[in-house]
Ligand binder design. Structure first.
Ligand code: ZN
Ligand code: ZN
Ligand code: FE
Length: 759
């Protein structure tokens, strides 16, 4: 006897080839019924002999497409109907509940094969299928159908329509399906003229220009990239200058992982991340020597790492087919702090000042996405920048977050919205102090609220009144507004990721965040749960001469430490970095500290890294965020077990350490050794403080977050040490430990506090 049921599936099930998969599975296994997309997910009506239905549901869970994520699958009995086959029904727009939107997916192997052989798609750079291609970057609205994407202006040709309608085809219901006859095309704009010939011809020209040391703006998946020869020092330097003194390391796209291995050590986990369909930039360790032509030293700005990634758009593969170079710089197309350029008119106006030629295509990018960045630590993936390939995948949490908007922080900003027991985080947006970035933040927020059918009920922001995210929150609709302390948010973010809803020890180390005493925090030990926190220990405050200016000029913080330790005598210390400073610069800083004008008190570990980097004469001025700490990490020497003294009393004091570092410098000790010894000291501070607190408070779980934990040496070692002592340590993985993770923390704190108010 035939029975029937309705199956409701929630999760990331639209735009990832889910309906065609269900269709094929159903027809292969003799199931009758239908499948359709709804705003809630995917709904299936299935009818078969009893065993058939159970196997069907089992196989859905087992064999679903790679990029799909099933969060929930429910089946309820239904009445059998007069059916003869299985079909796909039109989409239905039915409630405020909404299903996930797929992130953009790297081109798949099958499509790469088709690009070689299929006549209508030979070398066609917009090839895609139900398993790959653009998604989030081209979507205007839900449900995910072609007419709601920026593919809507490209009517499908007869042969594409045939594939789109053919259930046995890999492109059955692939919304961005396109071919040489009907899809988007590339153009190359040079100073002299516009070329709109075949992609092959355009790429030959591009490859020629690259080899001549020219800079090309290339429209990518979520925005424009700037490309140049990664081996040509002059080209890389020119790119850096034209991007307006942007000192950040440039990402490098390698032809394949084999080419990368000549230049970097690539572990199995790193290789796995590089190859994943999300295709992030992976931070790998440079090889010190190679028999191959060296990458331009300006690429990594002197760091010992490379931000490497592999081709993910068909056009990247096509370019490497004609280009003899194994790697190109492929960095975001923008002027220093501005958001990545996504619109063609803006590219033609702004990027021509950087690029010698612009390669663009005629499909609109709806949502900007930067390349995501991951770092593998202790064999696990840790997001540093969460954007293309990850956003807008929801983060499942254990509390009801409905109606909550979290406005995030200010640097590396990102906001989040609550939907059921999920948090949907925006893509990485950037520094809100820049007007264009702030506009981007506002626009994405409006889009997210609409796209995810969000009805705001509760707002949550940082305690810092000066953050633009806070200003946005206070000027939003008059709704209840909560404020969450920055470092509590860091810890809560990590707790949310790991489903922790209990008392834990929190170690929050970062650059800056406003504390509840009005001072600047950043070296904090908390005892907290999701709703509340207590600050149990912190680094001793130090004056930060000039506030934000000291963040840009680490030498100022170095002076503050030296002045505290040595008094005015520090000026006669034979430290090379002091000699490089103009004498007239030092005294005003000392006076500033004495008078206490524009000298906020900070307990920040990020600033301590700054000070040490400056004392070592490694980085006196910072040209990009966290430059000094990154340089310090980059030189850490191997096999150093030593550490410097410190004291843990009411606060953590490191004056003795500063003294010994100064002595080491004066003795001519190598800076690699000093850096390792300094890192080991921070490790000991964390370890001892955590163990003290654990004993006193009877807590076994410790949660570590904040930008400092992007440091691989610290993170890997503290994880081992804590584990060996029987502690359970938790780090951020899916969400950045930097301020890109703040929104998740704010949101979960608000969700928790709301439950307490309701009870
Ligand atoms: Zn494909
Ligand atoms: Zn076509
Ligand atoms: Fe922070």
């Amino acid at each position: 006897m035939e029975i029937a049921c309705k199956i409701f599936i929630k999760g990331l099930v639209q735009g990832v080839g889910f309906r065609p998969f269900i269709f094929r599975l159903a027809t292969e296994t003799g199931i009758k019924g239908w499948v359709k997309n709804t705003n809630e997910g995917v709904e299936i009506f299935a009818q078969a002999e009893n065993d058939g239905l159970n196997t069907f549901i089992h196989q859905i869970k087992l064999d679903h497409p790679v990029a799909a994520v099933i969060n929930d699958i429910q089946s309820v009995p239904s009445t059998p109907a007069e059916l003869t086959d299985f079909s796909i029904h039109g989409s239905e727009n039915r409630s405020l509940e909404v299903t996930g939107i797929a992130p953009d997916i790297a081109v798949c192997e099958d499509c790469l094969a088709d690009m070689e052989e299929q006549p209508s798609r030979k070398s066609y750079p917009f090839i895609n299928c139900t398993n790959c291609g653009p998604r989030f970057s081209i979507i205007r609205d839900l449900p995910y159908d072609r007419k709601k994407t920026s593919m809507s202006v490209f009517p499908m040709c007869a042969s594409c329509t045939k594939e789109y309608d053919d259930i046995r085809d890999r492109r059955f219901h692939a919304q961005p399906v396109a071919c040489l006859h009907c899809g988007p095309t590339y153009k190359l704009h040079t100073e002299e003229k516009i070329y709109d010939g075949s992609t092959g011809q355009i790429l030959l020209m591009v490859s020629d220009l690259l080899k001549k040391g020219k800079i090309i703006a290339m429209k990518g998946m979520g925005g424009y990239h700037m490309a140049c020869d990664a081996f040509n020092e002059k080209a890389v330097k020119t790119l850096r200058e034209r991007k307006k003194r942007d000192g950040k390391p440039f990402a490098v796209m390698f032809r394949d992982v084999e080419s990368l291995k000549y230049y970097a050590h690539v572990s199995i986990s790193e290789q796995h991340a590089l190859h994943s369909w999300r295709r992030p930039i992976v931070i790998v360790k440079k090889r010190s020597r190679t028999n191959h032509p060296e990458l331009s030293s300006s690429v990594s700005s002197g760091l010992n790492t490379i931000g490497a990634f592999l081709p993910y758009m068909p056009v990247h593969y096509l370019l490497f087919q004609v280009l003899s170079l194994p790697a190109i710089v492929l960095t975001s197309g923008n002027l220093s702090a501005d958001p990545i350029v996504k619109d063609d008119d803006v590219a033609m106006e702004q990027l021509v000042t950087i690029a010698d030629a612009v390669m663009s295509y005629n499909r609109e990018i709806i949502h900007r996405t930067d390349d995501s960045v991951v770092r593998i630590m202790n064999s696990k993936e840790h997001l540093i920048r969460r954007s293309r390939g990850y956003v807008p995948t929801p983060i499942p949490v254990s509390l009801n977050t409905n109606g909550i908007i979290a406005f995030g922080a200010e640097l590396s900003s990102c906001f989040g919205i609550g939907k059921g027991e999920n948090v949907i985080l925006s893509q990485y947006i950037g520094d809100l102090k820049t007007l264009d970035t702030y506009t981007y933040y506002e626009k994405e927020m409006t889009d997210f609220l609409h796209l995810f059918r969000m009805k705001p009920e509760l707002l949550v922001c940082d305690m810092h009144p000066g953050y633009f995210s806070t200003k946005k929150a206070t000027s939003f609709d008059p709704l209840p507004l909560m404020r969450v302390q920055h470092h509590h948010a860091h810890i809560a973010s990590c707790m949310a990721e790991h489903g922790l809803d209990e008392r834990v020890i929190g170690v929050a180390f970062d650059g800056t965040g406003l504390g509840s005493d009005g001072k600047i925090w950043g070296g904090e030990f908390l005892v907290c749960d999701l709703a509340t926190f207590r600050r149990v220990l912190h680094f001793e405050y130090i004056a930060l001469p000039g506030g934000d200016r000291a963040v840009e000029e680490p030498w100022r913080t170095a002076i503050a430490y030296l002045y505290r330790v040595y008094g005015k005598d520090f000026q006669s210390l034979p430290l090379p970095f002091l000699k490089t400073l103009d004498n007239g610069k030092i005294l005003p800083i000392v006076n500033m500290i004495d008078v206490g004008i524009n000298c906020p008190m900070v307990s920040s570990v990020g600033r301590l890294f700054d000070a040490v980097a400056a004392i070592l004469n490694l980085c006196l001025e910072s040209t990009f965020q966290a430059e000094a700490p990154m340089r310090l990490e980059s030189i850490v020497g191997k096999n150093c077990k030593e550490s410097y003294p410190f004291t843990i009393g009411k606060t953590i004091r490191v004056d003795e350490m500063i003294k010994e570092i100064v002595q080491d410098v004066m003795l001519g000790t190598g800076i690699s050794f000093i850096s390792a010894k300094f890192h080991n000291t921070i490790l000991s501070v964390i370890f001892e403080s955590v163990m003290l607190t654990a004993k006193k408070e009877q807590i076994k779980k410790v949660v570590l977050s904040g930008g400092v934990f992007q440091n691989k040496y610290l993170t890997e070692n503290i994880q081992l040490q804590l584990k060996q002592s029987g502690m359970n340590a938790y780090f951020q993985e899916q969400v950045p430990a930097n301020d890109g993770g703040i929104a998740l923390g704010q949101l979960i704190v608000a969700a928790k506090r709301r439950t307490l108010v309701c009870v």
